[in-house]
Design a protein around this ligand. Structure first.
Ligand SMILES: *Cc1c(COP(=O)(O)O)cnc(C)c1O
Length: 281
């Protein structure tokens, strides 16, 4: 957004899903607001019904960030089909991958040709070596596209594995005090791109999460902290010095992604859960 001169305005998230909280949208919307960019975080769909209603009310477009949510459903409809356009990532750790790269979907032909123009260095498709705009080189190579097509043949298997892994973690960790497990809202079929837990005590004391992750690392288990809330990153902090989004900050300080690779075995998950249990007791 910053690349094209737009100013992002951040809203806080829902505590259980980490997704944009639609209730926050109205008071952040002004006459200068153009669109809403919901992220389907960690594979769980954002509340698209509520977001669409607000987009209609305020006459805003929707651009879905479905980078982590290929195949996820909101009320039985695939994410990425709710707005004017949607973006998907095919980076190496995403549901399907082409190494690097991604995809944008839209039903709007005009938007599609604009995007093709900017993607391809701004070259006029009907006039060779003529550049009506300043473009980018975001072209995908044929080799990457071939890998993507092969990945697409495996997407159902890969999503099924993510769901199996989440179900197995859920069963094994459900009775532990001190952690919060991921939810799936009534309206949602998450693809559980990453399986995330929250360490309750880390909200007050972030050091606790580091010690949890350090303990697991010593047992040979790699984990990741949650993403930093974007408003705390330097380029954005500089724009909105005093912005406080308490729920995002709380999740950012206490969340941990457990191993979620489709290649995990039941034994791996059992061992990971034993170690999580040991640390908590
Ligand atoms: C990975 C990711 C991106 C970036 O995708 P790239 O293909 O690495 O550019 C953007 N948004 C979300 C939510 C992501 O997870």
């Amino acid at each position: 957004m910053r690349y094209c001169g737009a100013t992002p305005v951040f809203v806080d998230v829902e505590e259980d899903t980490g997704n944009m909280n639609p209730d926050e949208i109205p008071r952040k919307t002004t006459s200068r607001t153009k669109g809403i960019v919901p992220v389907h975080l960690y594979g769980h769909p954002a509340n698209m019904g509520a977001i669409q209603e607000l987009a209609n009310e305020f006459k805003l477009w929707i651009l879905e960030d479905a980078a982590e949510a290929h195949g996820a459903l909101y009320k039985n409809q695939k994410v990425g089909s709710f707005g004017q356009a949607a973006t998907y990532s095919f980076y190496g750790n995403k549901i399907i991958t082409t190494g690097e790269g991604g995809m944008i979907t839209t039903n709007d032909d005009k938007l599609a040709s604009q995007m093709r123009l900017f993607k391809g260095q701004g070259q006029d498709p009907n006039r060779r070596y003529w550049f009506p705009v300043i473009g980018y080189n975001y072209r995908m190579t044929n080799v990457e596209a071939a890998i993507g097509l092969a990945q697409l043949e495996r997407i159902e298997y890969l999503i099924r594995r993510k769901l199996e892994i989440a179900a197995s973690y859920g069963t094994r960790l459900q009775n532990l005090k001190g952690i919060v497990l991921p939810v799936e809202k009534d309206y949602a079929k998450s693809v559980f791109w990453l399986y995330n837990i929250r360490i309750k005590s880390a909200e007050q004391n972030p050091g606790i999460r580091e010690s949890f992750m350090g303990f697991l690392k010593d047992q040979g288990i790699e984990t990741r902290p949650f993403f930093h809330p974007i408003h705390l990153l330097p380029p954005y902090q500089a724009m909105q010095q005093k912005l406080s989004l308490p729920v995002s900050e709380q999740l950012g300080a206490s969340g941990v992604s457990l191993p979620s690779s489709p290649s995990l075995t039941e034994d791996d998950i059992s061992y990971i859960c034993d170690m999580v249990t040991r640390w908590l007791s």
